[in-house]
Design a protein around this ligand. Structure first.
Ligand code: SF4
Length: 710
């Protein structure tokens, strides 16, 4: 038996794994004891990775390129040459007739950094549009915008080791016990080691994470800003703010101080549906603990005011000086294994390589010089919701979707299905051929996946970790980066830019791509010029920044109190309470909250293949309070129809003590393929945050009725 070290391909904890394999077959997986994210531990998802690996799950894999020339007929197997030549011809013709903005690429936080880099270079460099977005838009873009707005850069300041240094943890909008289980194990360890450590959890539901808390604040969905502003009000009233820190290291405090005057605990208690005393207690713990760290995820990000949710929370850290010290600071928990790596290479419609600013002509010129092109476009491309709206309206004619399933994961699904059906040409580059999006592919390109591919990922704590192949690809599947490079060269020929494309895409290995990415970071905040594949090979994962000449990466940012803003000071951001995109009404009287289960991940393309992972929750159920069920004459197990303004789904109902009356919950993992045609996202609105463009996937107003067949 052979062993290969790699990284788990699920959540942003980024645990190290040891893949056990024999005769080209993955036989087992265990935690890597040397990996700093997990020290040998794995959760239920990570420890069953081998059960979703080929050849046992070959039936679910895309194995050969397949092309459909007639929308009413099925796809037929073709050679890679035919597949990529056809794609290049179609893309080049559309670009020639309608311009570069008529095509788009939609990727994923599961792509490796090297994959992301070549996709970004293809779209923004060779094609000349910024229409490249990814499912990270649905996940962390509000955290990105929040960091940039408040602290000046998209850089999580903390590390997992800060959990052990912390005296108070403020977990908000995250069921860490389910969604980031190994980070939660570290929290449990830290609390055992430091019995006085406080855990405050803010969540509308009494989740497993909330169950473990010293103080749980079950706020009404979408009222976070009112809560944090009221906490700041209390801190000011009680004299718990750190005036020296505010004076030396921040700006904009006076305006925020004035604004939070009206957010009295009594007023916020009404808005948030909380006890006034609980708000005061939370403020006291946050402000007076020797070191407070907040940990947060989709419950903050997935709102149409997600950026201000983040900034209102960061205001608390700045006001109390709870940042830049061991155990103190805001720490976003990345949902995907490499959303961070994607952001590093500029893999979103409004980003450029190495955290450069698209609106800055000098930054664009630096990227253009590195890539050997005249310029990169200044106008941001279309973000996820805008991209599919563009496809539906005909503004975008062709889309290339890689490693993600928007037909399930985007909000207001009926519109997404309509957009994909209307598109002139849809390419889907996927390892798994059974997703709902694959059904719309005119061209399906089989890609390699975990256990088969090489490269790097960056986890929530800025640690870059190697991903390694243990076995070869099944069928004719190819690596994502190799597909892009081959396509780019062929597209160059059809665009009359063959020489340029050959110069831009000379890569023969992921390492050669990564080395170019590394060079692009020189002197930037995420400088990794001191790293190499061999260093990662020999010394294990490393955190950025790690500039040339450094001995180690930075565990913690802003320890010197200097922030990457023009003034060097962090910014207080004025944030006001806003209401959700839709409020409960007479027709749709209940709040719907969506979230994650312990044993499933995203749209289940991989975890859904593992029988063992269904033992925790075998099917999607609507969780509901008993009062709301009694009012409707429902018992657990009854089929109910859940309706919003946009559509409806039929599910079993489950009585749940984790919810307050008036609120419901559905796990987001199951889609139309597994729910008889409609996934839960058919219910959700596509309203999005004006700064981050992240849609409000966390909340809808719904009605629930007993299902009557026919
Ligand atoms: Fe994988 Fe996340 Fe579980 Fe770690 S915590 S094993 S990264 S799913």
């Amino acid at each position: 038996m052979a062993e290969t070290k790699s990284t788990c391909c699920y959540c942003g904890v980024g645990c190290g794994v040891v893949i056990e394999h024999e005769a080209g077959r993955i036989t087992g997986v265990r935690g890597d004891p040397d990996h700093p994210a997990n020290f040998g531990r794995l959760c239920t998802k990570g420890s069953t990775l081998h059960l979703s690996a080929a050849p046992d799950t070959l039936i679910a894999r895309a194995l050969y390129p397949a092309l459909r020339t007639d929308r009413n007929a099925g796809r037929e197997r073709v050679s890679w040459d035919t597949a990529l030549d056809t794609a290049a011809e179609r893309f080049a013709a559309i670009i020639a007739e309608h311009g570069p903005d008529a095509v788009a690429v939609y990727g994923a936080g599961q792509l490796l950094t090297e994959d992301y880099y070549v996709f970004n270079k293809l779209v923004k460099g060779l094609i000349g549009t910024n229409n490249l977005d990814t499912n990270s838009r649905l996940c962390m873009s509000s955290a990105v915008a929040g960091y940039k707005l408040s602290l000046g850069a998209d850089a999580p300041p903390c590390s997992y080791e800060d959990i052990a240094h912390s005296h108070a943890l403020f977990i908000t909008g995250s069921n860490t016990a389910f969604a980031h289980p190994i980070a939660f194990r570290r929290i449990e360890d830290a609390r055992k080691a430091r019995p006085g450590m406080k855990l405050v959890v803010v969540d509308p539901r009494r989740t497993d994470t909330a169950e473990a808390a010293d103080l749980h604040l079950p706020l009404l969905p979408g009222t976070d800003i009112a809560l944090y502003n009221a906490m700041l009000h209390v801190m000011l009233w009680e004299g718990w703010v750190n005036r020296d820190y505010i004076e030396a290291h921040t700006e904009g405090f006076d305006a925020v101080k004035k604004a939070v005057r009206e957010y009295t605990p009594a007023m916020a208690a009404t808005l948030c549906g909380l006890e006034k005393k609980a708000i005061e207690q939370a403020a006291e713990i946050f402000a007076t603990a020797p070191a407070t760290m907040s940990m947060y995820c989709q419950g903050l990000n997935q709102y149409s005011f997600g950026t201000h949710n983040n900034s209102a929370l960061i205001n608390l850290h700045l006001a109390t000086g709870q940042i830049g010290r061991p155990g103190a600071g805001p720490f976003s928990l990345t949902g995907q294994p490499n959303a961070m790596g994607g952001r590093e290479v500029g893999g979103l419609a409004n980003l450029l390589s190495a955290h450069r600013d698209m609106a800055n002509p000098e930054h664009r010129a630096e990227v253009a010089a590195l890539w050997g092109v005249d310029d990169v476009p200044a106008q941001p491309g279309k973000s996820a919701v805008e991209m599919f709206n563009g496809l539906r309206s005909g503004e975008i004619k062709a889309i290339w979707i890689a490693c993600t399933n928007p037909a399930q994961s985007m909000p207001d699904q009926a519109l997404i299905h309509e957009a994909l059906a209307k598109a002139e040409f849809v390419v889907v580059q996927e390892a798994f051929g059974h997703t709902e999006t694959c059904a719309y592919a005119d061209l399906l390109l089989p890609a390699t996946t975990w256990g088969e591919k090489d490269g790097t990922v960056t986890n929530s704590e800025r640690a870059i970790s190697r991903v390694r192949a243990a076995v070869s690809a099944p069928g004719e599947a190819r690596h994502d980066w190799a597909i892009v490079v081959d396509f780019a060269r062929r597209l160059g020929i059809h665009m009359g830019k063959a020489d340029l494309a050959a110069r831009m895409f000379p890569y023969t290995t992921p390492e050669s791509i990564w080395n170019e990415h590394r060079e692009s970071t020189r002197s930037r905040d995420l400088d990794i010029t001191g790293l190499s594949y061999s260093l990662l090979e020999n010394a294990g994962p490393q955190q950025w920044p790690f500039p040339e000449g450094a001995d180690a990466g930075k565990v913690r940012l802003y320890e010197d109190g200097v922030f990457p803003t023009p003034s060097g000071k962090a910014r207080f951001v004025l944030t006001e309470h806003r209401i959700t995109a839709e409020s409960p009404s007479a027709r749709y009287p209940l709040h719907l909250n969506t979230g994650r289960l312990r044993d499933q991940w995203h749209g289940m393309s991989r975890t859904g293949l593992v029988a063992r992972l269904y033992s925790h929750e075998p099917e999607p159920m609507l969780h509901m309070h008993k009062d709301d069920m009694e009012r409707r004459g429902l018992a657990s197990g009854d089929l109910v129809q859940v309706k919003s303004k946009r559509g409806d789904v039929v599910l079993k109902v489950l009585e749940s003590a984790t919810l307050r009356p008036g609120q419901t919950f559905v796990p987001m993992h199951w889609g139309g393929n597994t729910m008889g045609g409609q996934g839960v996202n058919v219910l959700l609105p596509s309203a999005f945050d004006p700064y981050s463009k992240q849609p409000e996937l966390k909340h809808a107003a719904v009605q629930v009725e007993k299902y009557k067949a026919g």
